[in-house]
Design a protein around this ligand. Sequence first.
Ligand SMILES: [Zn+2]
Ligand SMILES: [Zn+2]
Length: 296
Amino acid sequence: MEINQPRIRSLMRQASRVEEAGKRAAAEQLYRQILDEAPETEEAWLGLGRMAVDPAAQAEAYERALELNPENKEAKVGLADLRGEPVPDAWRKEVEAARLPEPEPVVNKEVVAATATAVAPTDDHTEAYEFFCYRHPDRGTSLRCYNCHNPICASCTNKTSVGYLCPDCKRDLEDKFFNASATDYIIAALVSLPLSLIAGYLVWRLGGGFFFIFIMIFIGGAVGGLIGRLTKKAIGGRRGRYLPHLVLVMMVVGVVIPGLPILLMALAGSGGALFAFITPAVYLFVAGGSAFYWMK
Ligand SMILES: [Zn+2]
Ligand SMILES: [Zn+2]
């Protein structure tokens, strides 16, 4: 039977794809949706006959297909199988032959979407697309935002680990994610600077022995983690896009200020101080990384 409405045709394609993927419940739901809108769709009754989870619903679907077309072999075979009745082998072969995967073009979603931006879709092109981008109504696409389910074209997608996100949802999620206020930035600076200064002072006091360089790898991580966590706690656990950077800067300042005399001496060429820089450098590297991580 010829299916004339583009929407039903598109839904049928979707349903058969879901069916081929073995998602039975989803396929049943799609076929039911099609039949709600177009109860005369013989193919959809057959699909429901194959996919309905309840055998009674399967039988009813095949019966409806037979009402529409009393010669429908697949419905006859399906019904006979459900009732445990014998079926002529020839019928079964005929049904199998008809159900051999149609040479339906394998549509790579990303390729389709990419083409959508490059080629203005004509009527022929739109055939390949299921939806149109909600921000660019002239661009056909088969992509949807995983959050709001609106169709989006390739140039509107933001790829995330869970799927494509539309620009609106991306901004919403970022606003929700970065919830720190300007006050939080000030508090973070006021908390992390004194802590960093104390840690920096102690690091310079340690000096540059190999032993201290070695233990700094461990102590640095712990100290940086502590500074990060205390700062995070002081701002109520809120996140800011640049809060980790701010704390990192405070930690650099915390090392530089107590070390100024030594730094100035080194700059003045008093020499011999190079070794003294190794421990603070290792501290800054390890502790800074740790604090940055905790501030994220
Ligand atoms: Zn969205
Ligand atoms: Zn778009």
